[in-house]
Design a protein around this ligand. Structure first.
Ligand code: ZN
Ligand code: ZN
Length: 153
């Protein structure tokens, strides 16, 4: 009975879990994108590879992505915009003691009724959370009492 990693507000078992287990197919590019975020949260690199279109990752790429997924603390997914085959999102995470946001405009393609990630344009964002404001992870705590504690000076 855990809330889904993708912050949809649904239970994991009724949101991304059946998609990650390949029991159901993501019906939209947005649903696929959310499931890929959940896969990052879970370190499920096989799923990420399986849902990438037309690109087989090298061992080095796989290692890099596995490291990024496993060693990041995934805080929040914000969908900025989406259309049939495009999703613009911001993924907030802490990596190596630093606050990050990954802002991307992703492109997806439907192949044999399955949505796949093609590639994306990465946008540079500055991030500066105020310590006294509510934390982005939706814990309800102030940033300084929550994710900020994972930041290293
Ligand atoms: Zn989900
Ligand atoms: Zn937090």
């Amino acid at each position: 009975m855990r809330p889904c990693y993708c912050k949809s507000g649904l239970l994991f078992s009724q949101c991304c879990e059946p998609i990650l287990k390949v029991e159901v197919v993501a019906q939209t590019a947005l649903t696929l994108m959310k499931s890929r975020y959940s896969a990052y949260c879970l370190g499920d690199v096989n799923y990420l590879q399986a849902t990438t279109h037309d690109h087989i990752w090298s061992d080095e790429e796989l290692k890099m992505i596995q490291d990024w997924a496993d060693n990041s603390f995934w805080q929040h997914l914000e969908i900025v915009n989406s259309s049939e085959d495009r999703v613009e999102f911001k993924a907030y995470y802490i990596y190596e003691g630093k606050q990050h946001v990954h802002h991307e405009k992703s492109v997806f393609v439907k192949v044999n009724d399955m949505w796949k990630y093609v590639d994306g344009e990465i946008l540079e964002d500055k991030i500066d959370f105020l310590r006294n404001e509510k934390c982005i992870c939706q814990s309800g705590l102030k940033y300084k009492r929550c994710c900020f504690l994972k930041i290293k000076a």
